[in-house]
Design a protein around this ligand. Structure first.
Ligand SMILES: [Zn+2]
Ligand SMILES: [Zn+2]
Length: 233
C-alpha cells in the first residue's frame, strides 16, 4: 500500500528542519505580503507542529484554535495546514494573538500567546517602522514612495524577527484539551425562492417552505474584520 496525501510533504520537511525562512516564503504566497505578525504565526505554527509531531493531511487530525483574525492567523493556516476550508481551523473571537494546536488522538496541545511587551520591544528595534506603519496601515495614507519603502522595511523586519528567540515573543503552555468533534457532513437543500443549494444546517423553514437565510430575511452571521457579527437585511 502506498501513502497518499503528500501535498504537504515539503511543508513537513521545513517544519522538521525548522526552516523558518522557507515557511515564511510559503506563508507569503497565502498572505500576499510579509509582516511581523505573519512571521509570528509561522513561528508559532512551526513550534507547535514540531512539538506534536503529527502529520496533517487536512482531515482534522490536527486542529488549530485561533483567537484572532489577523496576519498571525495566515501564518498558522499555512504552517499547520488547519484551514478555514478543511474545518480544522476553529475561531474563538477573543481578539488575542494566540493559537492552540492540538492533535486528535490524545488531545495533546500547545498554546502560544504573543507576549504583551513583544510588539513595543520589536518596534523599538526598528525606529523607522512605527511612523511608517501609522501612516500607511492605520491612516491608509502615504506617497507611493513611502508605501514602497514600508513594504521593503516590513519584509526585512519579518525576516530578521525570525531570529528573535521564541520565548521573547510568546508565552508557551503545554496542555491537554477535549478535542472538538469532527465537522459534520450535511445534506444539501434547495431554497424555494432563489433556487440555490445550501447546507441543510443553514436552511430556514418558514411557512412550510425551505429558504436560505438571505431569502428568509433577518440576520446572517458574518466573520469580517470586525470579528463575528450579524449582517442585517
Ligand atoms: Zn500581514
Ligand atoms: Zn434563497
Amino acid at each position: 500500500m502506498h501513502e497518499h496525501a503528500h501535498g504537504r510533504r515539503h511543508i513537513e520537511t521545513m517544519i522538521r528542519n525548522r526552516d523558518l525562512e522557507g515557511l515564511l516564503h510559503q506563508a507569503h504566497t497565502l498572505h500576499g505580503h510579509l509582516c511581523p505578525f505573519v512571521g509570528l504565526g509561522v513561528k508559532a505554527g512551526q513550534y507547535a507542529m514540531a512539538a506534536l509531531n503529527r502529520r496533517n493531511t487536512g482531515m482534522e487530525e490536527v486542529v488549530a484554535i485561533v483567537e484572532c483574525n489577523n496576519c498571525f492567523t495566515d501564518g498558522i493556516q499555512m504552517v499547520t495546514g488547519c484551514t478555514f476550508g478543511n474545518n480544522a481551523l476553529i475561531f474563538r473571537d477573543l481578539g488575542k494573538t494566540a493559537v492552540t494546536v492540538a492533535r486528535r488522538e490524545d488531545g495533546m496541545a500547545v498554546r502560544l500567546i504573543v507576549r504583551p511587551d513583544y510588539r513595543p520591544k520589536m518596534l523599538a528595534r526598528y525606529p523607522n517602522a512605527a511612523p511608517l506603519f501609522e501612516k500607511i496601515v492605520v491612516e491608509r495614507q502615504g506617497t507611493p514612495e513611502e508605501r514602497h519603502r514600508f513594504h521593503h522595511l516590513f519584509e526585512a523586519i519579518s525576516r530578521r524577527e525570525l531570529q528573535t528567540p521564541l520565548e521573547d515573543q510568546f508565552q508557551i503552555q503545554s496542555l491537554h484539551i477535549t478535542m472538538p468533534a469532527y465537522a459534520p457532513i450535511f445534506e444539501s437543500l434547495l431554497c424555494s425562492v432563489c433556487g440555490e443549494q445550501m447546507m441543510a444546517s443553514r436552511a430556514v423553514q418558514q411557512q412550510e417552505q425551505t429558504l436560505c437565510r438571505v431569502c428568509a430575511g433577518g440576520q446572517v452571521p458574518v466573520l469580517n474584520g470586525q470579528g463575528i457579527g450579524q449582517e442585517c437585511f
